[in-house]
Design a protein around this ligand. Sequence first.
Ligand SMILES: Cc1cc2nc3c(=O)[nH]c(=O)nc-3n(C[C@H](O)[C@H](O)[C@H](O)COP(=O)(O)OP(=O)(O)OC[C@H]3O[C@@H](n4cnc5c(N)ncnc54)[C@H](O)[C@@H]3O)c2cc1C
Length: 386
Amino acid sequence: MPEDLKKADAVIIGAGVIGSAIAWRLAQANIRTIVIDRGEVGGEASHAAGGMLAPLSEADSAGDFVNLCVAGRAMYADFARELQEASGIDIEYRTEGTLYLALNDHDEEELERRWEWQRTAGLNVKRLNRGCTLKLEPRLNPDLRWALKFPDDHQVNNRSMAAALHQSARSAGAEFITQCEVRRVQIESVSGIKRVTGVLTDQGFIESDVVVIAAGAWSSLLEVENHQVMAGNKIKPVRGQMVAVEMPSPAINHVVYSCRGYLVPRLGGLLIAGSTTESAGFDKRVTAGGINAIIQHAAEIFSGFDQLSISEIWAGLRPRSKDDLPVLGLDPGVGGLLYATGHYRNGILLTPITARVISELVIRGQSSIDLKPFSITRFLRPEAAG
Ligand SMILES: Cc1cc2nc3c(=O)[nH]c(=O)nc-3n(C[C@H](O)[C@H](O)[C@H](O)COP(=O)(O)OP(=O)(O)OC[C@H]3O[C@@H](n4cnc5c(N)ncnc54)[C@H](O)[C@@H]3O)c2cc1C
């Protein structure tokens, strides 16, 4: 480990979109930040994602989570502009919106439920009949019954975003160490008060008073010395497989969901179909069954899907906490230890807001948003133990 990388003001474990965005904000505030990744920058879930910024398509009820997602979504237009200025990379922020189709009786019930709670919560959701839906997207299944439109559920190219965050963070002064595994977060206890002293990696020790765990699906594997707060599989991997095909002509322009799958059009001429939701441990293999299911569900949305030429298939691991909510904020028992993990299906959406609140905590000790619902302490309550 070179001498100048042996000490930092803040160390971030994980160079996905979450770790890189936090590093960018900290470096902008002149905090000497080192990001460590055991693989490549943005090489895991951040690479695998679909890039949808879709709280209304994803959330099942009103509450703290959808509020966080909507607040994060509102930051995106400025975030994309700022990233482009800082990195020169266009993250393809697209604002056509998202359609959610009812294709059978079950879907109609589900969409009615969404329509009710979202309207009651004052969210921007529109109800479209079959004709209006097909006018917007003539390539969709002509047998669709009706649809919801979420005009504010947008999308980005997550792979470009990971590259732009890396570039922006480096330009602001953050250092990235790749192919380097963090083995342990080191802690000292003085007069009963615990605080972090740095991280032990397979290339040596890096001293730091601040350590942020942004290790995605692997966060619970990290050993935090003498302190078991992240143990007990609080974050588990959930595999998602994806298929990208060549875009048909004329193109599909909206993100389109059904209750069973989704299509995401990319500017570069690809149409991405997703996804599976599987407990397969840390196994990232693509399976015949997974791809078959995705193609069937995509063909329900757009009946010509199975005739399109496949460009890429892949799988990634979503970091899921026990209650599906992210884990954000300070550790209550160890000074200088922070969590930015468990973003599950919405880590791309939640990147700007996570970077904001975590950097606020590091820089001034408090965040502009109440993070209590997302605190690690919810797993420390007796009823949540186990
Ligand atoms: C198929 C699929 C589709 C998705 N679609 C969407 C979507 O449309 N919209 C959305 O908002 N979200 C989506 N998500 C979720 C989103 O991708 C994740 O929530 C987000 O990428 C999490 O980012 P992260 O930086 O926390 O994790 P990751 O990108 O996984 O990064 C974590 C990093 O930590 C590193 N690491 C782990 N352990 C160590 C260690 N001990 N030492 C050093 N480095 C370590 C890993 O190598 C990795 O690079 C999707 C996910 C999948 C899999």
